[in-house]
Design a protein around this ligand. Structure first.
Ligand SMILES: Cc1ncc(C[n+]2csc(CCO)c2C)c(N)n1
Length: 202
């Protein structure tokens, strides 16, 4: 086996490519202030004009993305978070050093932020069979997290407290990666402070 293939098996680095879209003239400030307020020292991080990518242990990837969204939402502006989480064969190793950090999360203070949100998520467990049952089981798991879970096309809708939704997403991602899927992708879109009524068909 070549060195890159070995890295894939041993490292299991998780990552998230995401963007925050604040619906306000002060969008630059909302994004940059959130990035400054969140402790990102336990993840590899790169921000560009299009997105931010964080990579490292699952716990820190979720700690950082959850904190960034909740900080941006706490400004009261309508903000949307759009993300792709992935674990499996990343094909590179420049963040592997972050796998040696301890598991202590650096942004636990964001659990004080109360934020009603609406969102959706989709799971793509790659590299295994029987994927629909695997997905249905994790949708059931999400219902145990104090979140309203409902069916929509191509995804599952989530309504409730932002931190509970992030905790549920982390739980299903962790469940799938540890038991079923050699390469897992999860997409999510989460909206806070929308002026639209919940579920309104416009
Ligand atoms: C989390 C996150 N990272 C990067 C961008 C892209 N972006 C759009 S405006 C802006 C600030 C000024 O350049 C940046 C970095 C985003 N939207 N959200």
């Amino acid at each position: 086996m070549n060195e890159q293939a070995l890295n894939c098996i041993n490292s299991r680095i998780a990552g998230c490519s995401f963007a925050i879209y604040p619906m306000t003239d002060q969008f630059v400030d909302v994004i940059t202030t959130s990035l400054k307020n969140v402790d990102t020292s336990k993840v590899w991080i790169k921000t560009t004009d299009v997105e931010t990518c964080v990579r490292g242990k699952i716990t820190h990837v979720f700690d950082v993305t959850k904190a960034l969204f909740l900080h941006a939402a706490s400004t009261g502006h309508h903000v949307v978070f759009s993300a792709t989480y992935s674990i499996g064969c990343p094909g590179d190793s420049d963040g592997d050093v972050y796998l040696s950090t301890d598991d202590h999360r650096l942004n636990l203070n964001t659990n004080n932020l109360q934020q009603e949100v609406a969102g959706k998520f989709s799971l793509y467990p790659l590299g295994g069979g029987n994927y629909m049952n695997i997905i249905y089981n994790q949708i059931e798991e999400m219902k145990l997290h104090g979140v309203k879970v409902s069916s929509i096309h191509y995804a599952t809708r989530l309504d409730g407290d932002g931190k509970l939704i992030f905790d549920g997403l982390e739980r299903v991602f962790t469940n799938l990666e540890s038991s079923y899927s050699s390469h897992l992708v999860m997409t999510t879109t989460i909206s806070a402070n929308s002026p639209s009524k919940k579920g309104e068909i416009l």
